[in-house]
Write a protein that binds this ligand. Structure first.
Ligand code: NAI
Length: 469
């Protein structure tokens, strides 16, 4: 197997940035260059004051330790490709917006461009690693493109190495992953390339956690893992609706169910619904794959996970309207949290976007506070969610606040949309005093102590509990 000395990572986003920064830190003998076409993003990674483009606990420290030593960020994609022995492709693979498979299939345009670039500029053999989440058998397309365009003497071995990090805990997940999965063709060359990449991870990951499998299993495992994680959330959320109708308590049900060691206690929290760039996209991808393979029952099964999530979000915004005496027109609603989950500034598919859109359609006035998400991002997300409403109109109805307390001032209701820890710790009495009465709290993330809030005087609505207010 080739000993990897130089790594290039194409795509300096939420996955490429943290993964390759950690590889650089843990492998001081390997030179790691992360490249991107987006100049502003690369400038931010290189900024003198470490104003890096992604908020992720612990990431700045990793970049501070490695940048300039063996970790580099650049827009010179070609040079990084030429110098590397191993290339990670970590570009985005969003859901297709038009054409065949629109709304379901993955848009592989970015993966293809990156692959074509590698073929066009490489002057020596490379190991090319799919890091992006891709449909099953994408590696085959990449191989066809690479082989059809390569120069004499250049060999390309393709590996699948999907990333399982979770945003918000990415650095911890990368330092001690549950597993690293590497898929390769089961040929001599394929296995040898697999060993080269395994040797990189072996610098800090215990050998028994590095799983080597066939290419197609590896590609499918990533979709399967996300589908099963999202399925747990939709299952518990479906049960939360039954709890509300019967007087059962979802926390008690989840606790009792999770005690079964076959089920396990994690990832069983009811909420306003899942968000993030991956769960929905990857399930829809699996649905599309199932349909393409003429497996309509399988497609329908997985599609229901997404349908349930949409239902949960809609159900929550309806609860808000119903509870506020069936109208929120002209009322002030404070939305606390805009990121799709705590400890990230990422808003992709955030349930907060759907909630705010629903409230605006009911002609409420909304004030938003999030500790990490930037104002420009919120305006962009709301504009995209309401393509027919001009931004000036949205900005008449929405205000951004610098603190949770400011956001709550004169509001009739506070809605928790993201489980930021600071919302557990804020002075709820101070919030109560600034609000209109009766003061309502809707806890979409089940993070508050409802009894304590009721003692202050709040009317509290949570998810999955029979009792109300
Ligand atoms: P991202 O959008 O944050 O980053 C992708 C980057 O690739 C962008 O900065 C873009 O400018 C760059 N890019 C696109 N085409 C390029 C090209 N031809 N040459 C150079 N740069 C190019 O996306 P993110 O979140 O990092 O996701 C990347 C992949 O990883 C996706 O397939 C995603 O499904 C997968 N993934 C994401 C996880 C997450 O938590 N965000 C977790 C696990 C997998």
């Amino acid at each position: 197997p080739v000993t990897v000395k130089k790594i290039c990572c194409i795509g300096a986003g939420y996955v490429g940035g943290p993964t390759c920064a950690v590889i650089a830190l843990r492998c001081p003998h390997i030179q790691v260059t992360i490249v991107d076409l987006n100049q502003a993003r690369i400038d931010a990674w290189n900024s003198a004051d470490f104003a890096i483009p992604i908020y992720e606990p612990g990431l700045v420290d990793v970049v501070k330790q490695a940048r300039g030593h063996n970790l580099f960020f650049s827009t010179d994609v070609d040079r990084a490709i030429q110098e590397a022995d191993l290339i990670f492709v970590s570009v985005n693979t969003p859901t297709k917006k038009s054409g065949v498979g629109a709304g379901f299939a993955a848009d592989l345009n970015y993966v293809e461009s990156a692959t074509r670039r590698i073929a066009a500029v490489a002057t020596s053999s490379k190991i090319v690693v799919e890091k992006s989440t891709v449909p099953c058998r994408t590696a085959e397309s990449m191989r066809t493109i690479l082989e059809a365009n390569s120069k004499a003497g250049c060999r390309f071995d393709i590996l699948s190495n999907p990333e399982f990090l979770a945003e918000g805990t990415a650095i911890q997940d990368l330092f001690s992953p549950d597993r690293v999965l590497i898929g390769s063709l089961q040929t001599e060359e394929g296995k040898s390339a697999c060993q080269s990449l395994a040797a990189v991870y072996a610098n800090w990951v215990p050998k028994e956690r590095i799983l080597t499998v066939g290419l197609w299993s590896s590609e499918l495992s990533k979709l399967a893992a996300n589908a099963m994680l999202a399925q747990r959330i939709s299952s518990i959320n479906a049960l939360s609706a039954i709890c509300e109708a019967t007087g059962a308590n979802i926390d008690e049900v989840a606790h009792a169910v999770g005690r079964d060691s076959r089920v396990g206690p994690k990832f069983l929290r009811a909420s306003v619904g899942f968000g993030g760039s991956c769960f929905q996209k990857d399930i829809l991808n699996l649905v599309y794959l199932s349909e393409s393979l003429h497996l309509p029952e399988v497609a329908a099964y997985w599609r229901q996970v997404v349908t349930m999530n949409e239902y949960q979000k809609r159900r929550f915004s309806k609860t808000v309207v119903d509870t506020l005496f069936n109208t929120i027109t002209g009322k002030n609603i404070a939305v606390l949290g805009f990121a799709f989950k705590a400890d990230t500034g990422d808003t992709r598919e955030s349930p907060a976007i759907t909630l705010v859109r629903d409230f605006l359609q009911e002609r409420a006035r909304v004030t938003i506070y999030d500790p990490q998400v930037e104002a420009a991002q919120i305006w962009l997300d709301l504009s995209e969610a309401m393509p027919n409403v001009p931004l000036e109109q949205i900005q008449k109805q929405v205000t951004l606040a610098p603190t949770a307390l400011e956001a709550s001032k004169n509001s009739e209701a506070v809605v928790i949309a993201t489980e930021w820890n600071e919302f557990r710790e804020i002075d709820w009495t101070a919030i109560y005093n600034t609000m209109e009465k009766p003061a309502f709290v809707f806890d979409g993330r089940m993070i508050l102590n409802a009894d304590e809030l009721r003692k202050i005087g709040f009317k509290v609505t949570t998810i999955g509990r029979g009792e109300r207010l």
